[in-house]
Design a protein around this ligand. Structure first.
Ligand code: NIG
Ligand code: FE
Length: 391
Protein backbone atom coordinates (compact mmCIF):
# COMPACT_ATOMS: atom_id res chain seq x y z
CA UNK A 1 0.00 0.00 0.00
CA UNK A 2 2.10 2.83 -1.31
CA UNK A 3 0.67 6.38 -1.10
CA UNK A 4 -0.35 7.33 -4.64
CA UNK A 5 0.27 3.76 -5.81
CA UNK A 6 -2.20 1.14 -7.02
CA UNK A 7 -5.11 0.57 -4.62
CA UNK A 8 -4.06 -1.94 -1.94
CA UNK A 9 -0.52 -1.70 -3.38
CA UNK A 10 -1.62 -4.53 -5.63
CA UNK A 11 0.93 -6.04 -8.02
CA UNK A 12 -0.72 -8.18 -10.71
CA UNK A 13 1.15 -11.28 -11.91
CA UNK A 14 3.70 -10.75 -9.20
CA UNK A 15 6.67 -12.78 -8.05
CA UNK A 16 8.39 -12.88 -4.66
CA UNK A 17 11.98 -14.02 -4.14
CA UNK A 18 12.51 -15.46 -0.66
CA UNK A 19 16.00 -15.98 0.74
CA UNK A 20 15.92 -17.91 4.01
CA UNK A 21 13.38 -16.27 6.31
CA UNK A 22 13.21 -12.96 4.45
CA UNK A 23 11.92 -11.45 1.24
CA UNK A 24 14.81 -10.68 -1.12
CA UNK A 25 12.82 -9.10 -3.95
CA UNK A 26 9.26 -8.65 -5.16
CA UNK A 27 7.65 -7.17 -8.22
CA UNK A 28 5.98 -8.11 -11.51
CA UNK A 29 6.90 -11.58 -12.79
CA UNK A 30 8.31 -10.25 -16.04
CA UNK A 31 10.81 -8.11 -14.14
CA UNK A 32 12.37 -10.84 -11.98
CA UNK A 33 16.07 -9.93 -11.85
CA UNK A 34 18.61 -12.26 -13.47
CA UNK A 35 20.04 -13.18 -10.05
CA UNK A 36 16.86 -15.03 -9.14
CA UNK A 37 16.06 -16.54 -12.54
CA UNK A 38 17.64 -19.90 -11.71
CA UNK A 39 16.15 -20.17 -8.18
CA UNK A 40 13.67 -23.00 -7.52
CA UNK A 41 10.12 -21.77 -8.14
CA UNK A 42 6.78 -22.56 -6.55
CA UNK A 43 3.56 -21.45 -8.14
CA UNK A 44 0.90 -19.62 -6.15
CA UNK A 45 -1.33 -19.76 -9.21
CA UNK A 46 -4.18 -17.32 -8.97
CA UNK A 47 -3.75 -16.60 -5.27
CA UNK A 48 -3.77 -13.16 -3.69
CA UNK A 49 -0.70 -12.89 -1.45
CA UNK A 50 -0.78 -10.58 1.57
CA UNK A 51 1.40 -10.26 4.64
CA UNK A 52 0.33 -12.88 7.20
CA UNK A 53 -2.30 -11.22 9.36
CA UNK A 54 -1.45 -9.57 12.68
CA UNK A 55 -3.83 -9.31 15.64
CA UNK A 56 -2.39 -6.53 17.81
CA UNK A 57 -4.91 -6.69 20.70
CA UNK A 58 -6.15 -9.92 22.28
CA UNK A 59 -6.92 -11.44 25.67
CA UNK A 60 -6.53 -14.89 24.10
CA UNK A 61 -5.38 -16.61 27.32
CA UNK A 62 -8.18 -16.84 29.92
CA UNK A 63 -10.18 -19.34 31.92
CA UNK A 64 -13.86 -20.07 31.37
CA UNK A 65 -16.37 -18.12 29.33
CA UNK A 66 -19.08 -15.56 30.06
CA UNK A 67 -22.04 -16.84 28.07
CA UNK A 68 -24.33 -16.48 31.10
CA UNK A 69 -23.29 -12.85 31.56
CA UNK A 70 -24.10 -12.29 27.89
CA UNK A 71 -27.58 -13.66 28.56
CA UNK A 72 -27.94 -11.08 31.38
CA UNK A 73 -26.83 -8.31 29.04
CA UNK A 74 -29.39 -9.44 26.48
CA UNK A 75 -32.00 -8.93 29.22
CA UNK A 76 -30.86 -5.31 29.53
CA UNK A 77 -28.14 -5.26 32.23
CA UNK A 78 -25.15 -3.14 31.21
CA UNK A 79 -21.49 -4.26 30.98
CA UNK A 80 -20.52 -1.63 33.57
CA UNK A 81 -23.35 -2.63 35.98
CA UNK A 82 -22.32 -6.30 35.77
CA UNK A 83 -18.69 -5.29 36.42
CA UNK A 84 -19.73 -3.20 39.45
CA UNK A 85 -21.72 -6.13 40.87
CA UNK A 86 -18.54 -8.28 40.96
CA UNK A 87 -19.11 -10.04 37.62
CA UNK A 88 -17.45 -9.09 34.37
CA UNK A 89 -13.66 -9.13 34.37
CA UNK A 90 -13.58 -10.43 37.97
CA UNK A 91 -15.53 -13.56 37.09
CA UNK A 92 -12.87 -14.37 34.46
CA UNK A 93 -10.21 -13.60 37.09
CA UNK A 94 -11.70 -16.31 39.32
CA UNK A 95 -11.80 -18.82 36.42
CA UNK A 96 -8.25 -17.95 35.32
CA UNK A 97 -6.83 -18.23 38.84
CA UNK A 98 -8.46 -21.67 39.12
CA UNK A 99 -6.96 -22.89 35.82
CA UNK A 100 -3.55 -24.54 35.44
CA UNK A 101 -0.96 -23.23 32.99
CA UNK A 102 -1.53 -26.36 30.87
CA UNK A 103 -5.28 -25.76 30.93
CA UNK A 104 -4.83 -22.14 29.83
CA UNK A 105 -2.53 -23.19 26.98
CA UNK A 106 -5.00 -25.85 25.82
CA UNK A 107 -8.06 -23.57 25.80
CA UNK A 108 -6.19 -20.68 24.17
CA UNK A 109 -4.71 -23.00 21.54
CA UNK A 110 -8.18 -23.69 20.15
CA UNK A 111 -8.80 -19.98 19.73
CA UNK A 112 -5.33 -19.48 18.24
CA UNK A 113 -6.04 -22.23 15.71
CA UNK A 114 -9.20 -20.39 14.61
CA UNK A 115 -7.07 -17.33 13.89
CA UNK A 116 -4.26 -19.17 12.11
CA UNK A 117 -6.78 -20.99 9.91
CA UNK A 118 -7.51 -17.50 8.56
CA UNK A 119 -3.95 -16.49 7.78
CA UNK A 120 -2.69 -15.09 11.09
CA UNK A 121 1.08 -15.10 11.67
CA UNK A 122 1.55 -12.72 14.62
CA UNK A 123 -0.58 -12.12 17.70
CA UNK A 124 -0.39 -9.97 20.81
CA UNK A 125 -1.66 -11.63 24.00
CA UNK A 126 -2.37 -9.81 27.27
CA UNK A 127 -2.37 -10.96 30.86
CA UNK A 128 -4.86 -9.17 33.14
CA UNK A 129 -7.04 -11.97 34.47
CA UNK A 130 -4.56 -13.06 37.15
CA UNK A 131 -4.15 -9.76 39.02
CA UNK A 132 -1.50 -11.17 41.35
CA UNK A 133 2.08 -12.00 40.53
CA UNK A 134 1.74 -15.77 40.35
CA UNK A 135 -1.36 -15.75 38.18
CA UNK A 136 -0.19 -12.94 35.89
CA UNK A 137 3.04 -14.91 35.44
CA UNK A 138 1.05 -18.05 34.69
CA UNK A 139 -0.90 -16.25 31.95
CA UNK A 140 2.22 -14.76 30.37
CA UNK A 141 4.08 -18.07 30.48
CA UNK A 142 1.08 -19.71 28.82
CA UNK A 143 1.21 -17.03 26.10
CA UNK A 144 4.94 -17.52 25.52
CA UNK A 145 4.41 -21.30 25.34
CA UNK A 146 1.66 -20.86 22.75
CA UNK A 147 4.19 -19.05 20.58
CA UNK A 148 6.81 -21.76 20.95
CA UNK A 149 4.36 -24.62 20.39
CA UNK A 150 2.44 -23.14 17.44
CA UNK A 151 5.19 -21.30 15.57
CA UNK A 152 3.05 -18.14 15.56
CA UNK A 153 4.95 -14.97 16.58
CA UNK A 154 3.52 -14.06 19.99
CA UNK A 155 4.07 -10.70 21.68
CA UNK A 156 2.87 -10.26 25.25
CA UNK A 157 1.48 -7.37 27.29
CA UNK A 158 1.38 -7.21 31.08
CA UNK A 159 -2.11 -5.97 31.98
CA UNK A 160 -1.98 -6.06 35.78
CA UNK A 161 -3.91 -2.76 35.75
CA UNK A 162 -7.00 -4.35 34.17
CA UNK A 163 -9.25 -4.36 37.25
CA UNK A 164 -8.85 -4.00 40.99
CA UNK A 165 -8.52 -7.54 42.39
CA UNK A 166 -11.14 -8.40 45.05
CA UNK A 167 -8.52 -8.63 47.81
CA UNK A 168 -7.60 -4.96 47.18
CA UNK A 169 -11.18 -3.62 47.09
CA UNK A 170 -11.10 -0.03 48.36
CA UNK A 171 -7.26 -0.01 48.33
CA UNK A 172 -6.40 0.99 44.80
CA UNK A 173 -3.20 2.84 45.68
CA UNK A 174 -1.87 -0.21 47.48
CA UNK A 175 -2.53 -2.36 44.39
CA UNK A 176 -0.78 0.17 42.13
CA UNK A 177 2.23 -0.05 44.44
CA UNK A 178 2.20 -3.85 44.14
CA UNK A 179 2.13 -3.48 40.35
CA UNK A 180 5.00 -1.02 40.19
CA UNK A 181 7.19 -2.39 42.99
CA UNK A 182 6.64 -6.16 42.78
CA UNK A 183 4.84 -7.38 39.69
CA UNK A 184 6.45 -5.27 36.94
CA UNK A 185 10.06 -5.80 38.09
CA UNK A 186 9.56 -9.58 38.46
CA UNK A 187 7.83 -9.93 35.09
CA UNK A 188 10.42 -7.80 33.31
CA UNK A 189 13.24 -9.73 34.98
CA UNK A 190 11.83 -13.00 33.65
CA UNK A 191 11.37 -11.50 30.17
CA UNK A 192 7.68 -12.40 30.21
CA UNK A 193 6.28 -9.15 28.75
CA UNK A 194 7.08 -6.98 25.74
CA UNK A 195 4.61 -4.21 26.61
CA UNK A 196 2.62 -2.81 29.52
CA UNK A 197 -1.11 -2.17 29.07
CA UNK A 198 -3.90 -0.87 31.31
CA UNK A 199 -7.65 -0.29 31.40
CA UNK A 200 -8.13 3.47 31.80
CA UNK A 201 -11.82 3.96 32.62
CA UNK A 202 -14.09 5.15 35.41
CA UNK A 203 -14.74 1.48 36.34
CA UNK A 204 -11.00 0.72 36.35
CA UNK A 205 -7.91 3.01 36.56
CA UNK A 206 -7.49 6.78 36.09
CA UNK A 207 -4.96 8.49 33.82
CA UNK A 208 -2.98 9.42 36.96
CA UNK A 209 -2.90 5.75 38.07
CA UNK A 210 -1.80 4.69 34.61
CA UNK A 211 0.91 7.33 34.44
CA UNK A 212 2.42 5.86 37.62
CA UNK A 213 2.28 2.33 36.17
CA UNK A 214 3.69 3.48 32.82
CA UNK A 215 6.61 5.31 34.43
CA UNK A 216 7.67 2.08 36.13
CA UNK A 217 7.11 0.04 32.93
CA UNK A 218 9.02 2.47 30.74
CA UNK A 219 11.98 2.42 33.13
CA UNK A 220 12.08 -1.38 32.68
CA UNK A 221 12.15 -1.02 28.89
CA UNK A 222 8.58 -2.14 28.15
CA UNK A 223 6.54 -0.59 25.32
CA UNK A 224 3.31 1.14 26.36
CA UNK A 225 -0.28 0.64 25.16
CA UNK A 226 -3.61 1.53 26.73
CA UNK A 227 -7.32 0.66 26.69
CA UNK A 228 -8.60 4.24 26.56
CA UNK A 229 -11.86 6.15 26.11
CA UNK A 230 -13.93 2.99 25.57
CA UNK A 231 -16.95 3.82 27.73
CA UNK A 232 -16.23 7.48 28.61
CA UNK A 233 -13.62 10.16 27.95
CA UNK A 234 -11.06 10.31 30.74
CA UNK A 235 -8.08 11.73 28.84
CA UNK A 236 -6.12 8.49 29.03
CA UNK A 237 -5.21 8.51 25.34
CA UNK A 238 -3.65 11.95 25.58
CA UNK A 239 -1.63 10.92 28.63
CA UNK A 240 -0.48 7.68 26.98
CA UNK A 241 0.47 9.40 23.71
CA UNK A 242 2.44 12.03 25.61
CA UNK A 243 4.33 9.19 27.29
CA UNK A 244 5.18 7.70 23.89
CA UNK A 245 2.66 4.84 23.80
CA UNK A 246 2.72 2.63 20.71
CA UNK A 247 -1.07 2.41 20.65
CA UNK A 248 -4.29 3.55 22.28
CA UNK A 249 -7.13 1.11 21.85
CA UNK A 250 -10.98 1.25 21.69
CA UNK A 251 -11.27 5.11 21.57
CA UNK A 252 -15.05 5.47 21.08
CA UNK A 253 -15.02 8.61 23.30
CA UNK A 254 -11.67 10.03 22.09
CA UNK A 255 -11.70 13.85 21.85
CA UNK A 256 -9.77 16.37 19.74
CA UNK A 257 -6.98 16.78 22.33
CA UNK A 258 -6.45 13.03 22.39
CA UNK A 259 -6.34 12.86 18.58
CA UNK A 260 -3.82 15.71 18.41
CA UNK A 261 -1.57 14.08 21.01
CA UNK A 262 -1.71 10.74 19.19
CA UNK A 263 -0.92 12.35 15.83
CA UNK A 264 2.01 14.22 17.33
CA UNK A 265 3.46 11.10 18.95
CA UNK A 266 2.78 8.70 16.05
CA UNK A 267 0.65 6.58 18.43
CA UNK A 268 -1.56 4.12 16.52
CA UNK A 269 -5.33 3.97 17.10
CA UNK A 270 -6.43 0.36 17.53
CA UNK A 271 -10.11 0.00 16.64
CA UNK A 272 -12.02 -2.91 18.16
CA UNK A 273 -15.36 -3.27 16.40
CA UNK A 274 -15.97 -6.71 17.96
CA UNK A 275 -16.34 -5.13 21.42
CA UNK A 276 -18.47 -2.27 20.01
CA UNK A 277 -20.77 -4.79 18.35
CA UNK A 278 -20.93 -7.31 21.20
CA UNK A 279 -21.62 -4.63 23.85
CA UNK A 280 -24.15 -3.00 21.50
CA UNK A 281 -22.41 0.36 21.95
CA UNK A 282 -23.83 3.39 20.18
CA UNK A 283 -20.90 5.78 20.13
CA UNK A 284 -18.41 5.14 17.32
CA UNK A 285 -14.71 6.03 17.38
CA UNK A 286 -13.93 9.27 15.50
CA UNK A 287 -12.66 7.57 12.35
CA UNK A 288 -12.88 10.60 10.05
CA UNK A 289 -11.10 12.85 12.55
CA UNK A 290 -8.36 10.21 12.99
CA UNK A 291 -7.99 10.02 9.21
CA UNK A 292 -7.86 13.81 8.90
CA UNK A 293 -5.18 13.98 11.60
CA UNK A 294 -3.11 11.24 9.93
CA UNK A 295 -3.34 8.84 12.89
CA UNK A 296 -2.69 5.30 11.63
CA UNK A 297 -5.62 3.00 12.39
CA UNK A 298 -5.05 -0.65 13.26
CA UNK A 299 -7.89 -3.10 13.64
CA UNK A 300 -7.93 -6.01 16.08
CA UNK A 301 -10.20 -8.72 17.50
CA UNK A 302 -9.95 -7.83 21.24
CA UNK A 303 -10.62 -11.57 21.62
CA UNK A 304 -11.83 -11.91 25.24
CA UNK A 305 -14.66 -13.73 27.03
CA UNK A 306 -16.59 -10.65 28.14
CA UNK A 307 -16.78 -7.97 25.50
CA UNK A 308 -15.55 -9.65 22.30
CA UNK A 309 -15.49 -13.44 22.00
CA UNK A 310 -14.23 -13.04 18.44
CA UNK A 311 -11.64 -15.34 16.84
CA UNK A 312 -11.76 -14.09 13.24
CA UNK A 313 -9.75 -11.18 11.86
CA UNK A 314 -11.70 -11.39 8.60
CA UNK A 315 -14.91 -10.79 10.53
CA UNK A 316 -13.19 -7.95 12.42
CA UNK A 317 -12.45 -6.40 9.01
CA UNK A 318 -16.08 -6.67 7.97
CA UNK A 319 -17.27 -5.15 11.27
CA UNK A 320 -14.71 -2.35 10.94
CA UNK A 321 -16.08 -1.46 7.51
CA UNK A 322 -19.77 -1.93 8.24
CA UNK A 323 -19.90 -0.41 11.74
CA UNK A 324 -17.05 2.14 11.74
CA UNK A 325 -16.92 3.16 8.08
CA UNK A 326 -13.41 1.95 7.30
CA UNK A 327 -12.72 1.24 3.66
CA UNK A 328 -11.81 -2.40 2.91
CA UNK A 329 -8.34 -1.13 2.05
CA UNK A 330 -8.03 0.56 5.46
CA UNK A 331 -9.31 -2.63 7.11
CA UNK A 332 -6.62 -4.71 5.40
CA UNK A 333 -3.94 -2.18 6.34
CA UNK A 334 -5.39 -2.31 9.87
CA UNK A 335 -4.59 -6.00 10.31
CA UNK A 336 -1.22 -5.85 8.54
CA UNK A 337 0.80 -2.64 8.23
CA UNK A 338 -0.85 -0.62 11.01
CA UNK A 339 -1.10 -3.60 13.37
CA UNK A 340 2.64 -4.15 12.94
CA UNK A 341 3.29 -0.50 13.76
CA UNK A 342 1.00 -0.73 16.80
CA UNK A 343 3.36 -3.45 18.08
CA UNK A 344 6.54 -1.65 17.02
CA UNK A 345 7.26 -4.45 14.51
CA UNK A 346 7.02 -2.43 11.29
CA UNK A 347 10.67 -2.93 10.36
CA UNK A 348 10.08 -6.67 9.95
CA UNK A 349 6.38 -7.33 9.49
CA UNK A 350 3.05 -6.12 8.19
CA UNK A 351 4.07 -5.23 4.63
CA UNK A 352 5.63 -7.04 1.69
CA UNK A 353 9.01 -5.67 0.70
CA UNK A 354 12.66 -6.59 0.36
CA UNK A 355 14.18 -7.25 3.77
CA UNK A 356 10.87 -8.05 5.51
CA UNK A 357 10.27 -11.42 7.14
CA UNK A 358 8.56 -13.75 4.64
CA UNK A 359 5.37 -14.30 6.66
CA UNK A 360 2.77 -14.53 3.90
CA UNK A 361 -0.88 -15.54 3.59
CA UNK A 362 -2.30 -16.86 0.30
CA UNK A 363 -5.98 -16.35 -0.46
CA UNK A 364 -8.46 -17.70 -2.99
CA UNK A 365 -10.00 -14.35 -3.88
CA UNK A 366 -10.04 -12.29 -7.07
CA UNK A 367 -9.76 -8.96 -5.28
CA UNK A 368 -8.55 -7.89 -1.81
CA UNK A 369 -11.94 -6.32 -0.94
CA UNK A 370 -13.36 -9.86 -0.80
CA UNK A 371 -11.37 -10.50 2.39
CA UNK A 372 -13.50 -7.97 4.27
CA UNK A 373 -16.68 -8.58 2.32
CA UNK A 374 -17.71 -12.13 3.18
CA UNK A 375 -19.40 -12.89 6.51
CA UNK A 376 -18.17 -16.24 7.78
CA UNK A 377 -16.35 -17.48 4.66
CA UNK A 378 -12.72 -18.53 4.83
CA UNK A 379 -10.88 -18.01 1.55
CA UNK A 380 -7.48 -18.75 3.15
CA UNK A 381 -5.48 -21.17 0.95
CA UNK A 382 -2.12 -21.55 2.68
CA UNK A 383 0.61 -19.75 4.55
CA UNK A 384 4.35 -19.19 4.37
CA UNK A 385 5.98 -18.57 7.74
CA UNK A 386 9.52 -17.17 7.90
CA UNK A 387 10.09 -18.46 4.38
CA UNK A 388 8.66 -21.98 4.87
CA UNK A 389 5.34 -23.29 3.56
CA UNK A 390 3.07 -24.51 6.33
CA UNK A 391 1.86 -27.99 5.65
O1 NIG B 1 -10.67 -4.89 25.92
N1 NIG B 1 -11.91 -3.13 28.30
C1 NIG B 1 -11.33 -3.89 29.06
N2 NIG B 1 -10.92 -5.12 28.81
C2 NIG B 1 -11.46 -5.97 27.81
C3 NIG B 1 -12.68 -6.64 28.30
C4 NIG B 1 -12.35 -7.67 29.26
C5 NIG B 1 -13.51 -8.46 29.79
O2 NIG B 1 -14.66 -8.03 29.80
O3 NIG B 1 -13.18 -9.56 30.24
C6 NIG B 1 -11.68 -5.24 26.51
O4 NIG B 1 -12.79 -5.01 26.04
FE1 FE C 1 -9.00 -5.39 25.34
Amino acid sequence: MVPGGAPYGLVRDGAIAIDGARIAWLGPKHKVPEDYAAWPRESASGALVTPALIDCHTHLVHGGNRASEWERRLQGESYAAIARSGGGILSTVAATRAASEDGLVASARKRLDDFTAQGLGTIEIKSGYGLDLENERKMLRAARRLGRESGVTVKTSFLGAHALPPEYAGRKDAYIRVITEEMLPAIAEEGLADYCDGFCETIAFSPADMRTVFEAARALGLGLRLHAEQLSNSGGAQMAAEMGALSCDHLEYLDADGIRAMARAGTRAVLLPGAFYFLREQRKPPVQALRDAGVGMALASDCNPGSSPLTSLLLAMNLGCTLFGLTPEEALAGITREAAAALGLEADRGTLGAGKIADLALWDVDHPAQLAYALGANPHRSQIRAGCWLT
